[in-house]
Design a protein around this ligand. Sequence first.
Ligand code: FMN
Length: 356
Amino acid sequence: MADDKLFSKFSINNLTLKNRIGVAPMTRMSAGPDSIPRQDVLDFLIRRAENGAAVVYTEAIVTDYESAQGYPGQSRILNRQQIEAWKTVNDAIRQAGSISIMQMFHCGRMAWPEVNPAQRVIAPSAVTPTQDNPLTQAPYPVPEVINHFEIQHVITGFVETAKGAVAAGFDGIEIHGAHGYLISQFLSGYSNKRTDEYGGSVANRYRFAHELIQAVRPVVPDNLLLTFRISNWGVADMEVSLFDSRQEYQEIIGYLDNEPIDAISVSTYNFKEKAFGTDRNMAQLTREVTTKPIMICGQIHDRASGEEALRDADIVLSAKSILLNPDWVEDVRAGRELPLHASEDANIAYTDEPLP
Ligand SMILES: Cc1cc2nc3c(=O)[nH]c(=O)nc-3n(C[C@H](O)[C@H](O)[C@H](O)COP(=O)(O)O)c2cc1C
């Protein structure tokens, strides 16, 4: 049947997914000073696997104690307690026949210095987003320009976090290059005004991502996945197109296509939207220049939208729908009528209320 792709198997690297549905990475801001998420937040992930999602992403995990944290209550996988906490989650997800992927991130200029143990704010260039931080209602602080020593230091944080994730038994690791955070800040001319080898041309702006991927891959065993998330939008100044043109975006996807990564996750606000003034959506523009597996998300809320998204991608990720409905995968399978949620509906993710 043409319309059965959502519940067909998919092989990626040497893993076989039981279907094409994943839980998108979702920051929950629930961790205490130990940088371990609240138990009900961890249980939520396990339940989503038990209820049918083939792939379960973690929230964005912070890669150091220095400058990476951008929100209160974020977590880390750098010490033994943190590794043990996630090991239990990963065992349960595997038991459910699903795979777990740890997403790691550095906030860069999207910083909230008070929540960062060392209160550093570093970014490719000393420019802030134009909008205020919606959580503090204050302007984002002007970042210090990251220097070559710090670039290596930040990369080390990603490598150490990847090692933690391997020790914790994750099936995959994702480098968060989307949404206007540090890696995305390097990729985009909107935030990268550097004149050294990390700025200027697209190839130069891509250099940081390249060095990061090259440093991380050797600590991720071949049988585990390494994925990269990219977007053309950032969580601040959302209306800004992070890439100037289709050519610019596709040049970067072309570079990613040459990297030792197993999939590219394309984050959109609405997967159907045409991009860069073309008649093609982001997944289609990505597919034109890579043969790697593609994950897509953005308003995939029912069976029809899931099947439509899979015309141009291999895996669909859901954030809001799967956050708010524990039975979402089964409801999709049954073809039930399902709501398209507004962004505000997801605010419950940041409360103390345990989600079903
Ligand atoms: C509560 C919440 C937290 C999120 N946190 C992250 C995150 O940590 N990392 C990330 O890459 N995307 C994050 N996102 C974005 C989602 O992964 C997804 O790309 C976006 O919500 C669009 O998908 P949707 O329409 O299914 O909600 C978050 C979204 C929500 C709703």
